[in-house]
Design a protein around this ligand. Sequence first.
Ligand SMILES: [Zn+2]
Length: 82
Amino acid sequence: MKKKLELKIVKRILLIGFTVVCLCIIVCAATKLDLFAYIGIGLAVVTLIFWVIFGRCPACGKFLRRSSSKICRFCGQQISWK
Ligand SMILES: [Zn+2]
């Protein structure tokens, strides 16, 4: 299962995902509508799954865990986020 997506794009989608999740939580708190809480939780899960699938080292394909690591913990490959 080798999927390739540039890490800078992955990170951007991740940031957008979590921004929308935060917005949903704020809107939910402001409007008291459960719907936004469900959307927020759903989006958070989707964003996490997306990260698990694509947040991988370009060299060895292992899961990076953190979007801030500069070097792969497994093979030492430099990770470029820009
Ligand atoms: Zn690696």
